[in-house]
Design a protein around this ligand. Structure first.
Ligand code: NDP
Length: 292
């Protein structure tokens, strides 16, 4: 039987209605709209689309986008200075540095120029460190931390769909700081038993086929196939790629649909949830500024 769809687009729209109200309330208290600065360097077509979508989504919930676009010839020192300026500008609540940066830019050290209080993507070492030191998700609402948007989106999608996490065997394939590691932590803190796999994992199909919940974040089109998946598993496909024929596909092959009980579509699964979590984190940043 074909899997049911874990509809990221529909759940995002529900959350966006909640965020619109929160944004209006914050705007009244701030006496200006909450503001997100988006920083895009270079002309990567996918990044341009992602930033355009994020800006459009900001407008939808009443967040004012401040767009900073620069060619790949923009000097590293100037980018560093821009991030510092935005960090100290009281009119800016959140900062998004769109990744990947063009070749040659030192991503890690540039991310550190973003003030942790405005790091709504949750990628500075201070945010990641505070997040990884959390002992319980019940501490999350008050913790001075932003959870990276894609993992937070995946976790929210599972929770809102009612997927039972405590005691579930969850396998995450991919160990990046942006997706794999933080999603493994969120699932661990939700009392799932988590296995984190990567390109050096021995006998990957044996591990993935024991998972009740399988998160595919390999960055390799259609690399998780039907025979690697347990019947009835919940499958989250994080990848988004354009294949040789021009159609969009994920990190999961079509054959997985026949095995899974639930699966995220590509597009319309993790992508919209990621954008919605960025909006949610931006409002959280604005709210914290008011509180401080
Ligand atoms: P990275 O390239 O940083 O990491 C990929 C991970 O997958 C690495 O840990 C790598 O292992 C592992 N891996 C690669 N090939 C295999 C394989 N054949 N078997 C097992 N493990 C493998 O990617 P990201 O984490 O940044 O992104 C992952 C995916 O998520 C991509 O498809 C990306 O496009 C997508 N993405 C989607 C977003 C959205 O909003 N929808 C947002 C962010 C990412 P190793 O560490 O050993 O190299």
């Amino acid at each position: 039987m074909a899997a049911k769809i874990l509809d990221g687009k529909k759940i995002s729209l529900e959350i966006i209605e909640e965020l619109k109200k929160k944004s209006a309330g914050l705007a009244a208290r701030l006496k200006r709209p909450p503001t997100l600065a988006t920083v895009l360097v270079g002309d990567d077509p996918a990044s341009q689309i992602y930033v355009r979508n994020k800006i459009q989504a900001c407008r939808e919930v009443g967040i004012q986008p401040v767009e900073c676009r620069h060619p790949s010839s923009f000097a590293f020192q100037n980018l560093s200075q821009l991030l510092e300026q935005l960090s100290s500008d009281p009119r800016i609540d959140g900062i998004l540095l769109q990744l990947p940066l063009p070749t040659g830019f030192p991503t890690e050290s540039l991310l550190e120029k973003i003030s942790p209080e405005k790091d709504v993507d949750g990628l500075t070492s201070e945010n990641l460190g505070k997040f990884f030191s959390l002992r319980s998700l019940s501490k999350l609402p008050e913790a001075p931390v932003f959870v990276p948007c894609t993992p937070l989106g995946i976790w929210t999608l599972l929770k809102r769909t009612g997927v039972a996490l405590p005691g579930a065997r969850a396998t995450v394939v991919g160990r990046s700081n942006i997706v794999g590691k933080p999603v493994a932590l969120l699932l661990t803190l939700s009392d799932a038993t988590v296995t984190l796999c990567h390109s050096k994992t021995v006998d990957l199909p044996n591990i993935t086929s024991q998972a009740d919940i399988l998160i595919a974040a390999t960055g390799r089109p259609r690399s998780i196939t039907g025979e690697m998946v347990q019947s009835g598993a919940v499958v989250i496909d994080v990848g988004i790629h354009r294949d040789g024929s021009g159609s969009l596909c994920g990190d999961v092959a079509e054959s997985v649909r026949e095995k899974a009980s639930w699966i995220t579509p590509v597009p319309g699964g993790v992508g919209p949830m990621t954008v919605t979590m960025l909006l949610s984190n931006t409002l959280l940043a604005a709210q914290r500024r008011l509180g401080s």
